[in-house]
Design a protein around this ligand. Structure first.
Ligand SMILES: C[S@@+](CC[C@H](N)C(=O)[O-])C[C@H]1O[C@@H](n2cnc3c(N)ncnc32)[C@H](O)[C@@H]1O
Length: 239
């Protein structure tokens, strides 16, 4: 049941701070590519938070105006970089709090010659709220977000009614929110929250077919190997 979590809890985040040590190749990728592809955003009280008055000129950050997709929790970029390479006409903004994972994403971008991604090393739930206006995003992606199984941790789940309000507001009319998870209880929770949202329509009226553009990442492979089913969902912003 989701009705206990009605609004994002200020200060409660969907991730755990981990050691930020990078290996040598991550360090090299960071030094070479972070100045170009990591967007510095002023932080609030925690270094992963986003200051209330932070602002990014996305047209300037990309050097063009293009359709825009935000991914929250992009991990090491295993799926994002491939999907961005396949859509060169679209710009991608990735939020990820784990610095070595961002460095790996940069390394992949460098190896594959992908330049239509900008990464923000910060909490994407807050970043989405602060750094984008209403109706400006073509898609929002949350793939394999941390499941937070224990009931007392449910308030940490990225997908909750308050976050859904923010996503729905930032999506353009007919914009899409794509989700996937390999944890059935979280899949059911996501569906319960989002099917009930007045501004979102479940495109398939059911689970979505697997998003064909998304390569199988280590998270998805691990879930499948453990016998878990992967559930995709797609919601459209009501016009
Ligand atoms: C299980 S991984 C999935 C990575 C990727 N989406 C994939 O499918 O391979 C979840 C990632 O989300 C990140 N994360 C969780 N909550 C976040 C938040 N609020 N903002 C930014 N990153 C977050 C974690 O650090 C972790 O790297």
């Amino acid at each position: 049941m989701v009705n206990k979590v009605s609004r994002p809890h200020r200060g409660v985040v969907s991730f755990v701070r981990r050691s930020t040590r990078m290996n040598e190749s991550q360090q090299k990728a960071w030094e070479r590519l972070a100045p170009r592809f990591v967007v510095d955003v002023p932080a609030a009280e925690l270094d992963t938070s986003v200051a209330d008055d932070a602002h990014v000129d996305w047209d300037a950050a990309f050097g063009r105006t293009a359709p825009r997709i935000v991914e929250i929790g992009s991990g090491n970029g295993e799926s994002l970089v491939a999907m961005a390479a396949a859509r060169p006409e679209t710009d991608f903004i990735a939020f990820e709090v784990f610095e070595p994972a961002v460095a790996s994403t940069l390394g992949r971008m460098g190896r594959e010659g992908v330049d239509n991604i900008r990464v923000v090393l910060a909490d994407g739930a807050r970043g989405l709220e602060v750094l984008f206006g209403s109706g400006v995003l073509d898609e929002v992606w949350t793939f394999f977000a941390d499941p937070w199984h224990k009931t007392r941790h449910h308030k940490r789940r990225l997908v909750n009614p308050g976050f859904a309000d923010v996503v729905a507001d930032r999506l353009a009319p007919d914009g899409l929110w794509r989700l996937a998870t390999d944890w059935e209880d979280y899949a059911l929770w996501q569906r319960e929250v989002l099917d009930a949202h007045p501004s979102l329509v479940n495109v398939h009226g059911d689970w979505a077919p697997r998003f064909a553009e998304r390569p199988v990442t280590k998270y998805e492979a691990r879930g499948l190997a453990a016998g878990r089913e992967v559930h995709d969902l797609t919601y459209r912003k009501r016009t």
